[in-house]
Design a protein around this ligand. Structure first.
Ligand code: ADP
Length: 270
């Protein structure tokens, strides 16, 4: 909010005189505030399914003789547990992407095979909604990024494209070159994102429509992971979207300097 914070020390130097020292602690205050908000958000997000599980289990105990009710409440419990488990996995993924020191030991990789793996990771979800995912990848597009991280980024974007589109929707994933670097685009013809919300969707836990997002699953962390990873690699992520028409997420990764850099392809399935 543009405020600056100072820690002020007043020390007597004799004869009724004092020295006043002001140290700018804005960064520490903002860091502490972000940390506190994060812990509050995590606690809240975990408390909701935990509370639901506990209530549902109580209800289940009360209606143990009714087979239909037992089935219904057991299913609800397992849905809430799955939600909790998804949230915890995403938190671990987010934590892993919050490296402060850029990893200079990373070797350049071929982008297309990793993107293909990520699309494959989501195929169960897309097939369940009868969605067509078309993949268009140029060869020899390279980037200096961990293949695991890149896979996680693309997976998050394609998962969202599936989640926020109707049955039978179409998704396009392309890899090409842009300004000498790599460009990855994920295009959907789903529900879209209102202009006023487009900046905020990259914040941790931010969801455009919490009610709808709760029904469709999701944690509000996916795009925060995307932004962390991409910026860590020196790149950028942007969104274009029109409610009702769909969304396009574009990732640009900087060019790889060619001198002495052996390009590897990633065949690691992990
Ligand atoms: P979530 O787990 O809720 O999907 P994300 O951080 O991945 O969390 O996304 C944040 C929010 O941005 C989502 O809740 C959704 O409202 C919106 N969003 C993300 N991707 C899309 C998309 N492809 N189409 C429409 N809305 C999207």
């Amino acid at each position: 909010d543009g405020q600056t914070w100072h820690s002020v020390t007043v020390a007597p130097v004799g004869d009724g005189l004092y020295t006043i020292t002001g140290v700018d602690i804005t960064d520490q205050v903002l860091f502490e505030r972000t940390r506190r908000d994060f812990v509050t958000n995590v606690s809240h997000e975990l408390k909701t399914p935990a509370g639901a599980i506990s209530l549902l289990a109580e209800t289940l105990t009360d209606c143990a003789d009714d087979a239909d009710a037992v089935r219904h409440f057991s299913m609800r419990i397992s849905q809430e547990a799955a939600r909790m488990s998804e949230l915890i996995s995403k938190l671990i993924e987010l934590q892993k992407t919050q490296t402060i020191v850029p990893d200079s030991s990373l070797v350049p990789i071929e982008v297309a095979p990793v993107v293909r793996q990520a699309v494959d990771d989501v195929s169960v979800l897309s097939e369940r909604k009868s969605m067509i995912v078309s993949l268009n990848t140029a060869c020899d597009v390279t980037a200096r990024i961990s293949p695991k991280d890149l896979r996680s980024v693309v997976k998050n974007l394609v998962e969202n494209a599936v989640r926020y589109s109707d049955e039978g929707g179409r998704i396009g994933v392309t890899v090409d070159r842009c300004d000498g670097g790599a460009r990855i685009r994920v295009v959907d013809n789903g529900i879209g994102i209102p202009a006023g919300e487009q900046k905020r969707i990259f914040e941790r836990f931010y969801r455009v429509d919490r009610g709808r997002s709760r029904d469709t699953g999701g944690t509000g962390i996916g795009l925060a992971i995307v932004k962390n990873v991409v910026e860590e690699a020196g790149g950028s992520v942007t969104v274009w979207s029109q409610p009702g028409d769909g969304s396009t997420f574009t990732i640009c990764l900087p060019p790889v300097e060619t001198a002495g850099s052996g390009v590897t392809t990633d065949d690691d399935d992990g």
